[in-house]
Write a protein that binds this ligand. Structure first.
Ligand SMILES: NC(=O)c1ccc[n+]([C@@H]2O[C@H](COP(=O)([O-])OP(=O)(O)OC[C@H]3O[C@@H](n4cnc5c(N)ncnc54)[C@H](OP(=O)(O)O)[C@@H]3O)[C@@H](O)[C@H]2O)c1
Length: 329
């Protein structure tokens, strides 16, 4: 079978290699053999290929693919909570998931509810990121406003849908006018195209209300524009570096209005929160997908053989949704 890896850093579609690897074989005690059904290509994957993800670049070569959903083909000795046919989030147990089959430690996995496989392929990273940023930084009350940029991203779509259910209002900032209508249809209260006068347009649209929580995927001057729109004492949570620039805030907003900047990284949550708590959140979010309460647009699903095309597509601006890989298609 084939698997994807990279042996040098560079643009993902350039450096990705599809190489022959051995079949994983039968699962050992405490392991499961998984068939990977779908995997989502995230901006973090693209950054990893470029050696720009995390505090230190990984040691080469790297087997690619984190977020993925798969079915258990066989459970090894001593595995009692999973059986053949169960669907699991492969991300929780192993990386290097852009391959048809893999073995994984069963203890980190749990059975997902049955739901659309494409939607489950996007459960592992963006929905918990959206949920935790909405809950862990500012205690919001019904009717409070949240502002976010990259509003049409996978995280942004989850922020809109969760906020709607929780009774919080959203301002979603995008960089393309054609994203306004789809995000409003998804439940966004206000959608604005980014620009220098963003704060004034936010306050005009909210009737003067100012967001206490800002969610920033872009960094650079985009952080500054969110900061300008925030309530006094508000918090901007940066979780992405889409612009490639350092986060900026005006000293006037920091000093005179106490606007604060915090950071969020899901990997830190994985490292610091007990596994049962992680599974509890994933069960809740998986149920939301199964019930149709959380849905994120998909633009295209590629077979593994076309991984380079898939990576080039995922890196393109102006997509209509996520790009997925189907390693067994
Ligand atoms: N910290 C964490 O733990 C964590 C977890 C999950 C995701 N993230 C980060 O969250 C961000 C969104 O991820 P995702 O998977 O939700 O994204 P996605 O669905 O793949 O969509 C990418 C989004 O980024 C926008 N974008 C790209 N470059 C931009 C730029 N220079 N300025 C403004 N917008 C830009 C795109 O806008 P167009 O549609 O206009 O091209 C699109 O809305 C990424 O930065 C990712 O690394 C972080």
């Amino acid at each position: 079978m084939k698997a994807v890896r990279f042996s040098r850093f560079g643009p993902a579609h350039d450096v990705a290699e599809l190489v022959d690897v051995d079949e994983p074989g039968a699962p050992g005690p405490g392991e499961v053999l998984l068939e990977i059904e779908r995997s989502s290509i995230n901006p973090a994957d693209l950054l990893q290929f470029e050696g720009r993800y995390g505090a230190v670049p990984p040691k080469l070569p790297v087997w690619a693919g984190g977020e993925a959903v798969g079915r258990v083909l066989e459970a090894g000795a001593g595995v009692t909570h999973l059986k053949a046919g169960d669907r699991v989030l492969a991300l929780l147990a192993a990386r290097g998931n852009w391959r048809p089959r893999t073995k994984a430690p069963a203890a980190r996995l749990f059975a997902l509810p049955e739901a659309d496989v494409d939607q489950l392929a996007m459960l592992g990273v963006n929905p918990p990121t959206a949920w935790l940023m909405l809950h862990d930084f500012v205690a919001l009350a019904p009717g409070d406003w949240v502002i976010q940029n990259a509003g049409n991203s996978g995280v942004g779509q989850a922020v809109i849908q969760f906020s709607k259910r929780l009774g919080w209002k959203t301002v979603s900032v995008v960089r393309r006018e054609e994203q306004v209508a789809p995000l409003k249809a998804l439940g966004a209260d206000v959608v604005l195209v980014d620009g220098p006068d963003l704060a004034a347009r936010v306050h005009a649209a909210t009737g003067g209300a100012k967001p206490r929580l800002g969610i920033d995927a872009v960094a650079g001057d985009a952080t500054r524009r969110l900061g300008r729109a925030m309530a006094d004492g508000g918090t901007v949570v940066n979780y992405g570096m889409l612009s490639g620039d350092a986060c900026a805030l005006d000293p006037g907003d920091v000093v005179f209005r106490d606007v604060a900047l915090r950071g969020f990284w899901l990997a830190r949550w994985f490292a610091t929160v007990p596994l049962e708590q992680q599974h509890a959140l994933y069960r809740q979010l998986g149920t939301a997908i199964a019930e149709g309460a959380l849905r994120v647009e998909v633009e295209q699903v590629y077979p593994l053989a076309q991984v380079k095309d898939a990576l080039a597509h995922a890196a393109r601006p102006g997509r209509g949704g996520k790009v997925l890989i189907a390693p067994n298609a």
